[in-house]
Design a protein around this ligand. Structure first.
Ligand SMILES: [Zn+2]
Length: 306
């Protein structure tokens, strides 16, 4: 893998998923490019990892971070290709993956996402429009123009790009995108490399859905596949296997606690549950007590449904 840095920009930093404010500080953001195959690249700046495929006729782009970074991201893409961005695919609705939609949504670019992504982006941006934070034209440009319910396939040159919806994982609108020939899989936020996952229960995410999604990904890929996580560094099948094992171990322990009638506060306070993982996985956006509480809430809800 090759890494290069393109340009710099200064602005106020904000947290992943667009939560800004209190801890904002001056930060230098660089757009870093990782070369994953002959034609597929990963761009990292701030927010979700961007996937770029340079095809024969057009560029296929996955996710777009924040609006304020759009010029920087476009400059980085132009170092890879001058072809138009034919499609911009949103892996899910969160603002650090769809924030740049309006800036990239030109006549030559079609924005594609799962049905629920359009619904949730619509809700969020409608509110912004009502509060006069954005114009009607901007609102319209933020919305995916083509949606799908189960899967959608793109054929470009010798590449087949398969996008498929996975149920109630990180949100209720997640999709994985697999580049068959280049053997690269973009998992969106259904996989945070090296960090505890963020499972957005309020937007339809669930522990079981996330684990099932990762197992589904393992069935699609092989030892040579490069995985683009929603956040974190490019990964291998082996690393994803270890990650699933970690999630299943925590799930088993939290289920045991639920079976012995532990309350959410007890589980939240019980550092022994995932102690062996906390030092490596619990130092990111999602802290150890948060992951324990998320597992408890999601699994308890699952038990009630049975
Ligand atoms: Zn997300």
């Amino acid at each position: 893998m090759r890494t290069k840095i393109v340009g710099t920009v200064f602005f106020l930093a904000s947290f992943v998923h667009g939560i800004s404010g209190l801890n904002a500080q001056n930060n230098e953001v660089v757009i870093q490019i990782d070369t994953l195959s002959d034609k597929v690249y990963m761009l990292t700046g701030q927010g979700g990892n961007i996937g770029i495929y340079v095809g024969e006729d057009y560029v296929f782009m996955i996710d777009d971070q924040f609006e304020r970074l759009n010029k920087k991201i476009k400059a980085a893409i132009s170092t890879l290709s001058n072809k138009p961005i034919g499609f911009l695919f949103n892996t899910h609705m969160h603002g650090d993956h769809t924030g740049g939609n309006a800036s990239f949504n030109t006549l030559e670019t079609t924005v594609v996402a799962h049905d629920n992504v359009r619904k949730r982006v619509q809700e969020r941006e409608q509110k912004n429009m009502e509060e006069q934070k954005i114009t009607t034209a901007y609102y319209k440009a933020m919305l995916p123009e083509v949606t799908f319910s189960d899967d959608i396939t793109f054929f470009e040159g010798d590449e087949t790009i398969m996008a498929f919806h996975v149920h109630n994982a990180h949100t209720d609108g997640d999709a994985l995108v697999y580049f068959l020939t280049n053997n690269v899989l973009h998992m969106g936020d259904t996989y945070f490399a090296g960090r505890y996952p963020y499972i957005d229960l309020a937007s339809g995410g669930s522990v079981d859905g996330l684990i099932q999604t990762q197992k589904k990904a393992l069935m699609v890929i092989n030892d040579e596949t490069v995985i683009i996580p929603g956040h974190g560094r490019p990964s291998t099948k082996k690393e994803l296997q270890a990650y699933v094992a970690m999630l299943e171990d925590i799930k088993a322990k939290v289920l045991k606690a639920i079976a012995s009638d532990a309350s959410i506060d007890e589980v939240k306070a019980d550092a022994s549950i995932a102690a062996s993982y906390d030092a490596s996985y619990g130092v990111g956006f999602i802290k150890p007590d948060v992951i324990r509480a998320t597992f408890y809430t999601s699994l308890k809800k699952g038990l009630k449904l049975e």
